[in-house]
Design a protein around this ligand. Structure first.
Ligand SMILES: Nc1ncnc2c1ncn2[C@@H]1O[C@H](COP(=O)(O)OP(=O)(O)OP(=O)(O)O)[C@@H](O)[C@H]1O
Ligand SMILES: [Mg+2]
Length: 227
């Protein structure tokens, strides 16, 4: 039996008052969940709670990933080292899961270069991040997490500011990870991007999450007329 990478157990998240209550959901390897919901509803709060940055109000969750590097997080504000080069930022991700060995540096620089190339920013590798455009900086943050090869990847609007061709570049890179079993939970504002990629949608409404399969979601969008 395949084990869930994440299990939310009666979890409530928020600050003083709960924003989302009594969540009972599981995420398995290779699943791609898109979280949808209006601004201010608690999407970032949920993802930050799973990342261990905010304490649950009640309930709990089990994270079944390696302690070191198993969880990748791309924050809404990207958290890059702005004065350092693109390559340096990406190599910070590559560092986490590689143990100490003679091959450590080789492996780390290989992962860094692979990620830079996959996201089309290899030519920027020696530029300081602050000189990049918003969309390019998003790709650096994604490359950093790809280089990490996490078992669970949390992404808070990482497709923002990307044009259509760059969305495809990022999808292809992330799909490679997913094919190897990485689970992804992403927050996304645009329906079109959400359903390109997701296997399930978590729609947040009135303090609850509706867990919807992508098939059901698409049916709903077309009013079932494709059935
Ligand atoms: N550190 C904090 N302390 C108290 N309240 C907060 C804190 N951070 C966010 N909030 C409040 O929690 C609510 C949910 O915020 P959150 O950032 O989770 O929303 P969101 O769904 O991600 O919105 P958006 O789509 O705009 O990013 C908001 O009303 C916000 O003001
Ligand atoms: Mg948010």
């Amino acid at each position: 039996m395949v084990e869930a990478v994440l299990e939310l157990k009666n979890l409530s998240v928020g600050y003083d008052e709960p924003l989302i209550s009594n969540i009972n959901l599981e995420v398995f390897p290779g699943e791609v969940i898109t979280i949808l919901g209006p601004s201010g509803i608690g999407k970032t709060t949920l993802v930050r709670t799973i990342a261990g940055l905010i304490r649950p109000l009640s309930g709990s969750f089990d994270l079944n990933v390696e302690r070191r590097g198993g969880l990748g997080y791309i924050p809404q504000r990207l958290g890059l080292v702005r004065h350092a080069t693109v390559a340096h930022n990406v190599s910070l991700g590559a560092r986490t899961r590689v143990g100490f060995s003679l091959n450590m540096w080789k492996e780390r620089s290989q992962r860094t270069m692979d990620a830079l190339r996959m996201l089309g920013i290899a030519d920027k590798s020696n530029e300081p991040v602050r000189r990049l455009s918003g969309g390019q900086q998003r790709r650096v943050a994604t490359a950093r997490t790809l280089a990490q090869r996490p078992q669970l990847m949390l992404a808070d609007e990482f497709l923002g500011e990307l044009d259509h061709s760059n969305v495809e570049i990022v999808f292809e890179a992330v799909q490679n990870l997913v094919d190897d079993g990485t689970a992804v939970i992403m927050i996304e504002h645009h329906d079109d991007n959400a359903q390109l990629f997701a296997t399930r949608i978590w729609e947040i409404q009135d303090g609850k999450i509706a867990d919807i399969s992508i098939k059901e979601w698409k049916n709903r969008k077309t009013g079932g007329e494709e059935e």
